[in-house]
Design a protein around this ligand. Structure first.
Ligand SMILES: [Zn+2]
Ligand SMILES: [Zn+2]
Length: 183
């Protein structure tokens, strides 16, 4: 995932293969929750147009991916798809503004600084940026559907499939205390 400076301007497309996506998401709780039947992690693509102005390199394009995760309520597998546009600036290492400097600057610039990355030598390594963007795009608690009913807290049945009939009334601890008072 490297772009040689001497070949700019140009268009690059990268395939994020299953092994790469797997290495990124393996540690995520909602990936680990799939357990032994996790299957393939997913895949993605990045399409970017690059151009150069002096030492600054600009890139614009799109990152899309689909990742297999567990629903955070019912733990069923879901295919999380997303696509986001990228507008990036690459500066030689050592010239990227640090976060402290950013805080002193005016607020309008903060989002641009976020999209600024460093390159080293004669090529741009896109991997750190892609890793960061992918991980930011994946929700911490994905849902198979907005109104997922989740699992029964008593028997563990998937309530989206059927109502198991368990008594799941949670007794308010304050009421429970009242119950024990002998009248
Ligand atoms: Zn669900
Ligand atoms: Zn139940």
């Amino acid at each position: 995932m490297k772009v040689p400076l001497k070949e700019l301007p140009g268009h690059w497309s990268f395939n994020l293969d299953v092994d790469y996506v797997d290495s990124l998401v393996a540690e995520l709780p909602m990936r680990a929750a799939l357990g032994s039947d996790a299957g393939e992690a997913g895949s993605g693509t990045a399409e970017l147009d690059f151009y150069k102005e002096g030492e600054m390199v600009f890139a614009r394009g799109e990152l899309s991916a689909s990742v297999e995760l567990a629903c955070s309520r019912c733990l069923e597998r879901l295919d999380y798809k997303f696509s986001e546009s990228l507008t990036l600036t690459y500066l030689p290492e050592g010239q990227v503004p640090s976060e402290e400097e950013d805080e002193e600057g005016d607020e309008d610039q903060s989002s641009e600084v976020e999209d600024t990355y460093a390159y080293e030598g004669e090529e741009i390594n896109l991997e750190p940026m892609l890793r960061e963007r992918l991980l930011l795009a994946i929700p911490y608690a994905p849902l198979c559907k907005d109104d997922c009913l989740g699992l029964c807290t008593a028997c563990g049945a998937n309530l989206n499939d059927s109502e198991c009939g368990c008594d799941r009334k949670v007794i308010d601890p304050r009421l429970a205390a009242l119950k024990n008072i002998k009248v």
